[in-house]
Ligand binder design. Structure first.
Ligand SMILES: Cc1cc2nc3c(=O)[nH]c(=O)nc-3n(C[C@H](O)[C@H](O)[C@H](O)COP(=O)(O)OP(=O)(O)OC[C@H]3O[C@@H](n4cnc5c(N)ncnc54)[C@H](O)[C@@H]3O)c2cc1C
Length: 458
């Protein structure tokens, strides 16, 4: 039952940032004995925002908007899944399969390498096999491996915040990385993790991925892949929130947000929700549209300069198995990752990050390009017939993590502000993380702590 004397917090947007924020507010209020009532408002009828699944009308299957991958280093996101009793839906892999296809027709040669990320240098307990897997990798020449090893050493000791003003390609040039090492090693990792090419991405953002993830030790570098549609990961969220004194309102889109009020659109009109504190956990392009009085708020001036980077997720079903590994990185191919979605490998998912060049292609053109890459790296697939394709284009998938963006990411509150403010959460806020489920979850926690402190002081 709702407590009328409790202070009211409204969190707008039930993506990972909003979910993490609302659940943490409930938890904080329980432990620190502040009477709070939390309302989580979401425009759609499902949870998870950009990390969710939907019913594909054509196939009748519940599919993800795109394959989402997590890593062992994503501690906040994994904690959230634990709270939601959904960690069991994540399957962990120590090994990655890297495929390099060279030549054409009968002279085609496919090199398959099994890599255990975690370390290049083999320093630390249990990392020798990881380093050995890199030494053995057949898609890189010895000079490239030596250069990557040298750069890995520099990464392990550098202060990444000193590299906010440069792009990662500048940083790679400063480390004399050969073209082959850039194209076959650094680029595939950076494009997948940061959704931007090394020529555009902020060096500090890319370095973060290698410091905390790829070279961060055996556990940090493990990749986790959900084995259930993403929406199922949140199926306990509503009851968990209710057990912490909160409520979830679906199907209400915020039209205007102020520090103490949210106006939503509902069937037949509008509704006004009053609050003591409001957290806006919307993507930046939506936040700047609905937060009122934004002209006086320096956080929004920066937001007007932010840009997006698109991602393409392609669901494919063949008449026979085409993929004999759980997932694969396709080296020097436009299709970057393939994931096996069933036991046999008939159903697969292709991911293309930083997918600007694909956004205007038709589904047929997309099928042709992805199948070309699949056939090149898995030649046995050439005899398979494509039965079904569904391409999901996400034009506004993530922010473009350029140096200019990194310099101006807003915090939850504007510094030095004297009047009440809307608290901001979302993957784009200042967490130091690329656009990831981890960054979004962390931003939600930071927003909850900020809101809680404000209420304690009031
Ligand atoms: C195609 C794709 C692939 C990705 N792959 C990965 C990956 O492999 N690994 C990874 O870690 N990250 C990945 N990401 C990034 C990750 O999904 C996002 O960084 C993260 O989900 C963002 O969460 P958020 O809560 O900040 O924002 P969102 O998820 O955008 O949540 C915002 C919520 O607000 C709601 N909303 C919008 N407008 C209103 C309104 N007016 N009123 C009320 N509610 C509203 C939305 O419906 C949504 O639920 C990927 C993203 C995309 C799009």
């Amino acid at each position: 039952m709702s407590d009328p004397a409790a202070q009211h917090v409204i969190v707008v947007g039930a993506g990972l940032a909003g979910l993490a924020c609302a659940l943490r507010m409930g938890e904080l209020s329980r432990h620190r004995k502040l009477r709070l009532r939390v309302t989580l408002l979401e425009a759609r009828r499902r949870l998870g925002g950009r990390a969710t699944s939907f019913l594909d009308q054509q196939s009748g299957e519940e599919i993800d908007n795109c394959q989402h991958v997590t890593m062992g280093c994503c501690s906040a996101y994994l904690d959230l899944l634990r709270e939601l009793d959904s960690l069991r839906h994540i399957e962990w892999f120590d090994e990655q399969y890297w495929m390099l296809s060279q030549g054409e027709g009968r002279s085609r040669r496919v090199r398959r390498s099994v890599i255990r990320p975690g370390a290049i240098l083999g320093v630390g307990p249990g990392l020798v096999s990881h380093a050995t897997s890199f030494v053995r990798a057949s898609f890189l020449s010895l000079p490239s491996k030596l250069a990557i090893g040298q750069a890995a050493l520099a990464i392990s000791t550098c202060d990444r915040t000193e590299h906010r003003d440069h792009t990662f390609i500048d940083w790679l040039a400063s480390q004399s990385q050969p073209h082959e090492a850039i194209e076959r090693f650094w680029r595939p990792i950076v494009v997948s993790a940061c959704n931007l090419d090394p020529e555009r991405v902020c060096a500090a953002t890319a370095l973060h991925v290698f410091q905390d993830g790829v070279f961060g030790g055996a556990n940090a570098a493990r990749i986790g892949i959900p084995n259930a549609p993403l929406a199922r990961l949140y199926e306990h969220a509503e009851s968990l929130l209710a057990s912490r004194g909160g409520q979830l309102l679906l199907g209400e889109a915020a039209e205007e947000i102020t520090p103490t009020r949210v106006v939503t659109r509902i069937a037949g009109g509008t509704r006004v929700h009053n609050a003591d504190v409001v957290v806006c956990a919307l993507p930046f392009e939506k936040a700047r549209r609905v937060v009122a009085q934004r002209t006086n708020d320096p956080r929004f001036a920066a937001m007007d300069t932010f840009n997006h980077s698109p991602i393409l997720g392609v669901h494919l079903r063949f008449d026979r198995p085409v993929l004999d590994v759980p997932h694969a990185v396709l080296v020097e191919r436009d299709t970057q990752w393939l994931f096996r979605k069933d036991r046999e490998g008939r159903q697969i998912h292709a991911v293309i990050s930083a997918a600007d060049a694909w956004m205007d292609l038709s589904e047929d053109q997309i099928a042709t390009k992805v199948c070309e890459d699949l056939h090149a790296c898995f030649p046995a697939s050439t005899t398979a017939r494509l039965e079904h394709i569904r391409a999901v284009k996400e034009r506004f998938a993530t922010f473009a993590a350029t140096p200019a963006f990194e310099r101006s990411r807003p915090g939850p509150l504007a510094e030095d502000a004297t009047s009440p403010q809307v608290i901001l959460a979302g993957d784009y806020t200042a967490t130091d993380w690329p656009a990831t489920m981890e960054g979004a979850t962390r931003s939600g926690r930071i927003a909850a702590d900020t809101a809680f402190n404000m209420l304690q002081r009031s």
